[in-house]
Design a protein around this ligand. Structure first.
Ligand SMILES: Nc1ncnc2c1ncn2[C@@H]1O[C@H](COP(=O)(O)OP(=O)(O)O)[C@@H](O)[C@H]1O
Ligand SMILES: [Mg+2]
Length: 154
């Protein structure tokens, strides 16, 4: 399913509808070019989940952990050059953590380690404030996500 995110207010509407569905063990895999809106989406969603601390792309540290209503791991794989580095960072710990939500920017770099079930959100730039968002969910745990993201925005 695809939709156009009209502006940042619309993005906040989407994350407000998505946040109540999120449970420990959920994986959000974010893709899209630099500046497409992955970190902005993550920040908006984390605010909805009660995170008050600063949120930034963990480009150098690779992983941030935030304490919201549910713990959140925020990964950014941009600097990852080879999938073997995923094993060095113990990617399975994050991908299969049962008590936290994991949000991964540049998830395409997971390559052959892409998990079996996930909600993948792909962003692409349309204009200054508009983004095309494509939602691809795999697995029963994510069945309600597309519908939540389709609620009308006034
Ligand atoms: N509808 C929108 N959704 C997401 N970001 C938007 C939107 N409109 C404008 N922006 C801006 O685009 C930029 C996206 O940057 P960022 O989220 O860091 O991208 P990425 O993490 O994908 O590299 C931010 O400056 C943000 O304010
Ligand atoms: Mg980013």
């Amino acid at each position: 399913m695809s939709l156009i995110i009209q502006n940042l207010r619309h993005l906040n509407h989407l994350t407000a509808n998505l946040a109540p569905l999120l449970k420990p063990g959920h994986r959000l895999l974010l893709n899209g070019e630099m500046g497409a809106g992955k970190t902005t989406f993550t920040t908006s969603l984390c605010r909805q989940l009660g995170v008050t601390e600063a949120i930034s792309s963990p480009t150098f540290t690779l992983v941030n952990r935030y304490e919201g209503a549910i713990p959140i791991y925020h990964l950014d794989l941009y600097r990852l050059h080879h999938p073997s580095s995923l094993l060095d960072m113990d990617i399975d710990y994050y991908l299969f953590s049962a008590d936290a939500i994991v949000i991964i920017e540049w998830a395409e770099k997971l390559d052959y380690l892409y998990p079996d079930t996930f909600c993948e959100l792909t962003f692409s730039h349309k204009s200054a404030h508009k983004r095309l968002l494509t939602i691809h969910s795999v697995g029963e745990d994510y069945a309600a996500f597309s519908e939540a993201l389709s609620k009308p925005f006034a």
